[in-house]
Design a protein around this ligand. Structure first.
Ligand SMILES: Cc1ncc(COP(=O)(O)O)c(C=O)c1O
Length: 488
């Protein structure tokens, strides 16, 4: 028995075992090692390393990777944090160059929240929920009820709330796409509930395949699992897919027929490069109109966030989810559950307000807002395309065209020699590849095994947020050398 075990109440064998079971590769071994490399370089001790910078392509953290905050959001936020500045409007609109609409928005938000240092209502400030509802109405062309909009500390906190409500017993199952953002599997593990995996169809641009979903549900049923919900991530993480209207209709119909809650994770809704984003809420309302009765009781929770898109304010922790079709007693329990956390961060709520109610044409801040927004979008698109082109040239690498979100998720064909070497090193083959890549280039990716993947297939996920293209060249060069070293 270790000294720690004897002296303290907690040790690794008596804490909540479900926390230990949970896995979250996005910040796992590779990320930790990359941070060690970064610290070594910062201390000026990395002269023996084969690279001089670490590129964190493992995480969708836009402003960590040089995406600039949108000026309107930050100017308003600065006034919210320090309202005394509003006593010097002449200085603000004079030498500091704040526009009048910035000052007005800050005053309005302060009138709604009183102070960003104060708690708000548990589900978020009413005026801000009103702005979110109007945004949803403009987006979808259907009404949205502010009393069913819950502001949250990022979409993660919304997912956490919803899964707490859904996961009633260790036998409760939730259908989760594979590959998936590991928030879902990790949260289900912590809640001691069952992940019911369904594979996405890589050959069809990582779309949903209804036959596969049906088979997963049937298999879960045979195993005695009580499946209560289906998670959809659209646009996809890690896949970069963007679902068609028909795919969404099929999922909603499937959910209606099998009485499943639909959790639509739509945090990447503005990161769309091919086609158009279709919200689950709009498609559900369309279906309800087309076929009265059939879809009346579909329960949909759709989530959005300030973390992604051109906003990229993930450090501020803001998001929301809209509930549609839930029983009112269940909603009351959701309300109670979020009340236990008091409220989401109020500054994050204010940024949700600005994301959903940005400056519009004719307002003074519009031009700069539009320019900044478009520049970020074009930059992301350019880097996504450059990376995609580079992957297409690489031996044994197959990649879907970037359609949405912030990631590419190519397949890598690894030789038996590489697979054996990984096994000897007690690593998954794609983890082995990514570790070698990190050691050789300083570029940190996430192996496909961290998201789940079809047995026998290997992938890695990279964001295309990192500035410049030098790091893409590093990957290409490494890949060539790796393939040569591990040739069968
Ligand atoms: C699909 C998906 N959902 C949710 C989140 C969490 O976002 P937030 O920062 O809003 O909690 C992420 C973050 O990467 C994500 O990729």
């Amino acid at each position: 028995m270790s000294t720690t075990t004897q002296l303290r109440s907690l040790n690794i064998d008596n804490i909540n075992p479900h926390v230990k079971t949970a896995e979250y590769a996005v910040r796992g071994l590779l990320a930790i090692k990359s941070e060690e490399y970064r610290a070594t370089l910062k201390d000026g001790k990395g002269s023996d390393l084969p690279f001089d910078t670490v590129i964190s392509a493992n995480i969708g953290n836009p402003q960590q990777l040089d995406q600039k905050p949108i000026t309107f959001f930050r100017q308003v936020a600065s006034l919210l944090e320090n309202p005394q500045l509003l006593e010097h409007e002449d200085v603000l609109t004079g030498s500091l160059g704040y526009k009048k609409d910035v000052v007005e928005r800050a005053k309005w938000l302060l009138s709604e929240v009183n102070s960003v240092g104060a708690y708000s209502q548990s589900m978020g400030a009413p005026g801000i929920r009103g702005s979110v509802a109007k945004f949803i109405e403009r987006r979808d062309g259907y009404p949205s009820d502010p009393s069913l909009i819950y502001l949250s500390a990022g979409a993660s906190s919304g997912v956490n709330t919803l899964l707490h409500i859904i996961c009633a017993t260790p036998n409760t199952g939730v259908l989760v796409p594979i590959p998936q953002y590991p928030l879902y599997t990790a949260s289900l593990a912590v809640l001691n509930a069952k992940c019911v995996p369904y594979n996405l169809d890589e050959e069809k641009a990582w779309g949903t395949n209804l036959d596969v979903i049906k088979a997963s549900l049937a298999k879960a049923k045979e195993e005695g699992i009580d499946t209560r919900a289906i998670v959809i991530i659209n646009p996809g993480n890690p896949t970069g897919a963007s679902l068609s209207e028909q795919e969404i209709k099929d999922v909603i119909t499937f959910a209606a027929e099998n009485k499943l809650v639909v959790m639509a994770d739509e945090v990447y809704q503005t990161n769309i490069f091919i086609g158009k984003f279709h919200s689950f809420k709009k498609i559900l309302r369309d279906l309800q109109k087309e076929t009265p009765g059939k879809y009346d009781n579909v329960e949909l929770a759709s989530l959005h966030s300030i973390s992604k898109g051109m906003v990229g304010e993930c450090g501020h922790r803001g998001g929301y989810y809209e509930l549609v079709g839930f029983d009112k007693d269940v909603v009351a329990q959701i309300y109670k559950f979020v009340s236990i956390q008091l409220c989401p961060p109020v500054i994050g709520q204010c940024i949700v307000e600005m994301m959903t109610h940005p400056p519009v044409e004719g307002e003074e801040s519009y031009e700069l807002y539009r320019r900044e927004y478009d520049n970020i979008f074009e930059g992301l698109k350019k880097r996504a395309t450059a990376l995609y082109e580079a992957f297409r040239e690489m031996e044994g690498v197959k990649c879907q065209e970037p359609a949405g979100s912030m990631y590419l998720f190519p397949t890598i064909t690894l030789s038996q020699k590489a697979i054996d070497a990984a096994k000897a090193d007690d690593k998954a083959p794609d983890e082995f590849y990514c570790l070698k890549l990190l050691d050789a280039t300083g570029v940190c990716l996430v192996p496909g095994s961290g998201f789940g993947q079809k047995d026998g297939s290997y992938h890695f996920r990279t964001t295309f947020l990192a500035p410049g293209t030098d790091w893409v060249g590093r990957i290409t060069k490494f890949h060539k050398e790796f393939m040569a070293e591990y040739k069968d």
